[in-house]
Design a protein around this ligand. Structure first.
Ligand code: CTP
Ligand SMILES: C[C@](O)(CO)[C@H](O)COP(=O)(O)O
Length: 226
């Protein structure tokens, strides 16, 4: 299985002056935890989509980890969508399915990666997701609640997200043509009318986005004895 890791962000919400994936949790860079989970899974090839300005740091981390997997560095874009587009172009020709997993979701388990890698062989697209626990409100530009969707139908999308490569390339190309701006790749499949399946994710599969998330990630890793 092939894995693309979007890791080219600038961490605005983290308030970091560098790529937040280089920040440390439990004395290791965030991206190192993500890579260790991938290395412990059935993933055979990893593409780290990243800004060339971070490549020296990433190469140092890779040298320290000594992963038993093929790893390539791919130039990221100005948005996550653009980064994934670039990643798809850099996939080996043999890749028929791909998992896409945020570098910022460093608490993912090898089991979840393996579940998604298995499941994508039985469908065209999938995402890891967890049922929403809070009541969600749709709010207008004036801060007035417009509606309250049925919580039974609401899931919080995570990554890994898995897709058939040929279809995802077509959907990304259509997104470029249409000027679609999406925050996950499943949205492109949805807009192209292709079914996307939910795979039960993990409550601990946090996307490290704000400084508070660093403390939560520390706690979760510590509770795993790491
Ligand atoms: N141009 C971008 C933007 C984001 N990402 C990646 O997409 C994942 C999810 O994005 P997010 O958590 O939003 O990271 P940032 O974009 O860095 O955060 P912010 O929005 O706060 O700047 C991260 O692993 C990030 O590195 C990416 O590869 N390319
Ligand atoms: C892909 C994602 O992690 C699913 O929840 C999320 O959409 C990424 O959003 P971000 O703003 O790029 O962090």
């Amino acid at each position: 299985m092939y894995l693309l890791i979007p890791a080219a962000g600038i961490g605005k919400r983290m308030g970091s002056n560098r790529n937040k994936l280089l920040l440390e949790v439990r004395s290791q860079p965030i991206i190192a935890w993500t890579l260790k989970a991938a290395a412990a899974s059935s993933i055979e090839w990893i593409g780290i989509i990243s800004q060339p300005t971070d490549w020296a740091d990433f190469k140092t981390i890779l040298a320290d980890l000594k992963l038993n997997k093929r790893v390539e560095l791919i130039v990221g874009g100005s948005t996550r969508q653009e980064s994934v587009y670039n990643g798809l172009q850099a996939l080996p020709a043999a890749a028929e399915q791909v998992l896409i997993h945020d570098g910022a979701r460093c608490l993912v388990t090898p089991d979840l990666l393996n579940s998604c890698a298995q499941a994508i062989r039985q469908c065209l697209g999938l995402i890891a997701a967890v049922p929403v626990k809070d009541t969600i409100k749709v709010v207008d530009e004036n801060g007035i609640i417009q509606s309250t969707p049925d919580r039974q139908r609401l899931w919080a999308a995570q990554t890994p997200q898995g897709f058939h490569v040929k279809l995802l390339k077509q959907c990304h190309a259509e997104g470029l043509r249409q000027g679609w701006e999406v925050t996950d790749d499943a949205a492109l499949f949805e807009r192209c009318g292709i079914e996307v399946r939910i795979i039960e994710g993990e409550e601990t599969n946090l996307k490290v986005t704000t400084p508070q998330d660093l403390a939560i990630a520390e706690f979760i890793l510590s509770s795993r004895g790491l």
